[in-house]
Design a protein around this ligand. Sequence first.
Ligand code: ASP
Length: 340
Amino acid sequence: MPNRRKFIQLSIASLPLLASCQTANTNNTQIYKKPVVVSTWDSGIRANAAAWKVLQQNGYALDAVEEASKYAEIEKSCCVGLAANPDRDGKVTLDASIMDDKGNCGGVAFLQHIQHPISVARKLMETTPHVFMVGEGAEQFALQNGFEKMSDQLSPEAQASYKKWLEKSEYKPVINIENLTKPQSQTAPNVLENGKPNHDTMGTIALDANGNLCGSCTTSGMAFKMRGRVGDSPIIGAGLFVDNEVGAATSSGLGEEVIRICGTHLIIELMRQGWTPENACKEAINRIVKRNPEKAKDFQVGFIALSKKGEVGAFAVQKEFTYSITNNEINQVFESKSYF
Ligand code: ASP
């Protein structure tokens, strides 16, 4: 602990720096022992379980986060993968990204017919000189690498919600706040009428027993999006960023808002300057809201972050953004603090 004199000296010397980061380090953040995995949303607890199988055997964080995403991509009750809601032309298009402890990364976007976009992103990262592939080219790459071409038949739930959406064909590029703020009696607050969560992203960040950080993010994107629209999730520095010296961060919610501020990259850079994960997430949310406070009342964005030491933080625009933490001591869903 610095003594008072040293502290004052430090304060004076760092005045210009402190002026620009008044909220840094105001929290005493708990440290979770490694290995530890954190995912977006309450459904993340099940994705964490898939990651935990790897982590508890001292496995590699990259394998763990890939397993978490793969689990989400096939889980019927979840919100990502081929069973999820389609775009407004009735086609399911998937986006995913992955990043390892060495700064390697891969992303795929506007990918159809492939069950595990996260594994295509990993394959791209590990076997090509590239970091991002989209659409037909990404599909071709997947098929050439042994991924199976799946049918583009919508799942029964997605078919039903698409049919309902077609009645009005109302294009609303927002995460459905009505369902967040006005839960119906038989529906959980973050669940749509068809029983699917009103969010479409599973982001997972993990610190393994060897102290390596990796992350993954997978999504079907916004329900009934314009054909070809891509959100933040497959974009490195927006929906996912990892720096093994500092931490890892991922997001869920209205991707356009996250892209505009390079959300997860911003969070990691703030953490590098000493901000706690929670305060870094909060600052990213503040920047999003500040751009347009009125509009922000109608959308959701949530960030989660994990530091190299094992501190976890989250912050969201709206209430009811949840996240799940799993390690040897805890397996729990938390509700994030929020701007509104
Ligand atoms: N972030 C995703 C996107 O904008 C959607 C979501 O999280 O619901 O594509």
